[in-house]
Design a protein around this ligand. Structure first.
Ligand code: ATP
Length: 239
């Protein structure tokens, strides 16, 4: 579904993404991890059209290099951010309706918004201001607003950040449902290894913008270089 081929992004002298190639299959949950500053968010910014880059990015076989963010959204790619961004003065229903007006270009669909309210278990909150939601609610709403654009590929940026164990479990179940019940392919950047090993089919580890390992999450988390430069010996001895 998505193929990055020799993806490279420089900010001046700094090589933020360095000759990175990877492939995400349709209906997969694909994980990306790596130390702070490894280039993970920059990869998302390249996929969503925020910066020019060298290399190729194929989405369903079409090169999306040079396309504008709104064109990429229309092709079926949506993302969320580390810190939930909601419009606090909108109601939950209005926030989902905004997403439904953009995205794949088919316009506002009230039935789909109703479906999402049900899918998110937000029927009781539909008329609440989004600012009144707790952190878990805001995170689910941000994912819901992204889903309202009817993406084929949803990219989640550290969805578990700041969450407790109970919230992490709920978010993991929710992400699985998005993948299985809605048939949406997912890329997830996350620091919680347990989340990645439980949720993803393929895991890519990057450091200094370059790939250091990819493949089955269990194999990748046991990789010597991954333990050395990212996970540390404490992780290896605990697992
Ligand atoms: N717009 C920019 N201009 C200049 N340098 C940037 C820009 N965006 C990112 N960088 C640099 O590129 C490198 C990769 O940053 P990036 O945010 O992609 O890392 P990350 O893996 O997402 O980190 P974190 O886990 O801390 O979010 C860092 O050195 C960062 O300072």
């Amino acid at each position: 579904m998505l193929e990055a081929i020799h993806l490279t992004k420089k900010f001046g002298e700094l090589v933020a993404v360095n000759d990175l190639s990877f492939k995400v299959d349709e209906n997969q949950i694909f994980g990306i991890a790596g130390p702070n500053g490894a280039g993970k968010s920059t990869v998302y910014n390249l996929i969503t059209g925020f910066y020019p880059f060298d290399g190729k990015l194929l989405f369903n076989g079409k090169n999306i290099a040079g396309k504008k963010p709104h064109q990429i959204a229309k092709m079926g790619i949506a993302r969320t951010f580390q810190v939930p961004r909601t419009f606090p003065s909108l109601t939950v229903e209005e926030a989902l309706s905004v997403g439904s007006r953009f995205g794949d270009g088919n316009g506002f669909d009230s039935e789909y918004v109703d479906f999402l309210l049900h899918f998110l278990n937000f029927e009781e909150e539909r008329s609440c201001n989004t600012g009144a939601l707790d952190l878990l609610g805001k995170k689910k709403l941000m994912m819901g607003a992204a889903l309202a654009t009817r993406p084929k590929l949803l990219m989640l940026d550290e969805p578990m950040a700041g969450s407790n164990a109970h919230e992490i479990q709920e978010l993991m179940d929710f992400i699985r449902r998005i993948n299985e019940e809605m048939g949406v392919t997912i890329i997830i950047i996350e620091h919680f290894m347990k989340v990645l090993t439980e949720l993803t089919e393929t895991l890519l580890i990057i450091e200094s913008g370059a790939k250091i390992a990819s493949g089955d999450p269990e194999d990748v988390t046991n990789d010597k270089q991954v333990v050395e430069c990212y996970l540390g010996d404490a992780y290896a001895s605990d697992n």
